[in-house]
Design a protein around this ligand. Structure first.
Ligand code: ZN
Length: 154
């Protein structure tokens, strides 16, 4: 991995996105996702509405907001092409391709948000079945039920 492997530029999903500067094969490491880790869950709304606090392994959060984090602009998507994999030995999170990624494609991963977090974070990934919230894939059926029951009756 080198800096030239990825590039940050405006994204159709949100703000700046992270884009592949070359092809990646499935399973290949794309970029480290660097920052400080804490065992404290983040509280309150993220600064400037941006999201960099991620639970990288159960009970451990990583603050990727530093400008030194080469992958900080990677957006969430309902059908991501990468995942964040925590390397316990090196205490480093890696954005890793979960499928082949072509040069020029936007690199996305599942932020893994809880149901409560998701209510404050809209998703605009443009997938036909986008659930409209940033939420961990296993929790989406629960969110669908929640949205159905909270919809005003006509
Ligand atoms: Zn979406």
């Amino acid at each position: 991995m080198s800096i030239a492997d990825v590039v940050s530029r405006p994204s159709p999903i949100a703000g700046l996105g992270l884009f592949a500067a070359r092809d990646f094969t499935a399973g290949e490491r794309i970029s480290p996702y660097t920052g400080t880790t804490t065992s404290q869950a983040p509280t309150g709304a993220p600064a400037h509405g941006k999201i960099y606090h991620l639970e990288v392994t159960p009970g451990r959060w990583l603050d990727g907001s530093s400008e030194d984090n080469p992958a900080r602009h990677a957006n969430h998507a309902c059908h991501p092409n990468a995942e964040l994999i925590w390397d316990e030995q090196k205490s480093t999170a890696w954005l890793t391709a979960s499928q082949p990624i072509a040069a020029g494609a936007e690199i996305t991963f599942d932020y893994g948000f809880s149901l409560a977090d998701s209510l404050f974070h809209p998703c605009a990934c443009r997938a036909p079945d986008c659930i409209g919230r940033i939420i961990a894939a296993p929790l989406r059926p629960a969110l669908r039920r929640h949205l159905r029951f909270s919809r005003p009756r006509d």
